[in-house]
Unconditional design. Sequence first.
Length: 174
Amino acid sequence: MTGAGAPRAVLIGTMGAGKTTVGRLLAERLGVGFADTDELIEEQQGKAVQDIFVEDGEAAFRALERTTVARALEEQAGVLSLGGGAVLDPSTRSLLAAHQVVFLRVGLAEAVKRVGLGTGRPLLLGNVRARVKQLLDERTPIYAGLARITVDTDGREPAEIAAEIVTALQGDTP
Ligand SMILES: Nc1ncnc2c1ncn2[C@@H]1O[C@H](COP(=O)(O)OP(=O)(O)OP(=O)(O)O)[C@@H](O)[C@H]1O
Ligand SMILES: O=C(O)C1=C[C@@H](O)[C@@H](O)[C@H](O)C1
Ligand SMILES: [Mg+2]
């Protein structure tokens, strides 16, 4: 993503909500740049998010995420997709109040299908369905509380979701 200024839209939601997939499509439709904070962290650190979790621990990842999100919210134009757990940080939540936050909502069955059973994500170790349910239960109120626009994604194609967000953004000025 290039250019300074606040992002046009910030996508939030749990793992498998489609933030990266839909965010990229949305940016194409809007004709703006796209960035994803997981990808920014991977570029900066030179290693995969999962490896940061395993080798350095979740707390270290969350600290990197906090600074990366804050910088991106200030500097990146276009569409910005956040990691699923970025909203757990209170300072990040405060920063998001000034932005057009889009919550991609996904149900449990669909989220489990999308994250896959063999991904080896550290946060999903054990019973994948039970862990995804726990994350959804804990985080859905946070996502919903931050959102200016909420879009259901179950059973819908990413392109259709992106088109709905374009329409919703037209009626929502910061
Ligand atoms: N609307 C959709 N319908 C079907 N599959 C989808 C949809 N959106 C995303 N997917 C698929 O689900 C998987 C997860 O999508 P994606 O990586 O975009 O999610 P995410 O919200 O960015 O997750 P994370 O928080 O882990 O980064 C991908 O394989 C993607 O192709
Ligand atoms: O939901 C989460 O806590 C996470 C989601 C991903 O985007 C990554 O940021 C990481 O796997 C943690
Ligand atoms: Mg993603």
